[in-house]
Design a protein around this ligand. Structure first.
Ligand code: IMP
Length: 194
């Protein structure tokens, strides 16, 4: 089954495409759509935002659409930046990691978790699906590593001593919030697409 990713983030696309192929899902990059819909992420939860994006892309592209919405929740900041992770500070990813390290510089508790909701919407009225998964860890003292995107250079997943950026995509794709959510949604899709 062909399914469009409701996102123009190539990092997310690469993480998800390979993982979905064995389930018979051929993910198409949303950025290749001639005029991708603009969706304001006004939802109060990751799942609401994922549905906003999936609905808009499914009706625009006329194929099933898969959307993810994700974020980083830092305990010392009461769960911030959360659903605002992408926009908490304008500019590049590095501006946001700097903001985060400064915001928790005096905190003893550096625990955090990534959250990812995935929603799938069908243009033909079949029931939509959604799932939310987590990846627990802590915030590093300083950025390290090159791979990935967003807060990857400062996030150390539980069970490891290196950041996601240092661990690389192969390890990240087996333990991340997004990898877990993709696996769960693919299992839910199995009976729908067979
Ligand atoms: P959205 O899901 O595109 O609205 O934005 C999620 C934001 O959360 C990203 O822009 C990143 O800042 C952050 N984020 C979500 N998942 C990850 C990840 O796997 N690694 C690093 N940052 C992430």
């Amino acid at each position: 089954m062909r399914m469009i990713l409701a996102s123009t983030n190539r990092g997310k696309f690469q993480e998800m495409k390979e993982q979905l192929l064995p389930y018979g899902i051929d993910l198409i990059f949303g950025g290749d759509l001639p005029s991708p819909p603009y969706v304001e992420e006004t939802g109060a939860t990751y799942e609401e935002n994922a549905f906003l994006k999936a609905r808009a892309w499914a009706s625009s592209a006329k194929v099933p659409a898969l959307a993810d919405d994700s974020g980083l929740e830092v305990d010392a900041l009461g769960g911030a930046p959360g659903v605002h992770s992408a926009r908490v500070v304008p500019g590049k990813d590095s501006a946001r990691t700097e903001w985060l390290l400064e915001a928790i510089k005096d905190a003893d508790d550096r625990s955090a978790r990534f959250v990812c909701s995935i929603a799938v919407v069908f243009p033909d009225g079949r029931s939509p699906l959604a799932v939310t998964e987590y990846c627990a860890g802590r915030i590093a003292a300083s950025p390290a590593g090159e791979s990935g995107f967003g807060y990857d250079p400062v996030f150390i997943p539980d069970g490891y001593e290196k950041t996601f950026s240092e661990l690389g995509v192969d390890i990240k794709n087996t333990i991340s919030h997004r990898a877990k959510a993709v696996k769960s949604i693919a299992e839910m899709l199995r009976p729908v697409i067979e």
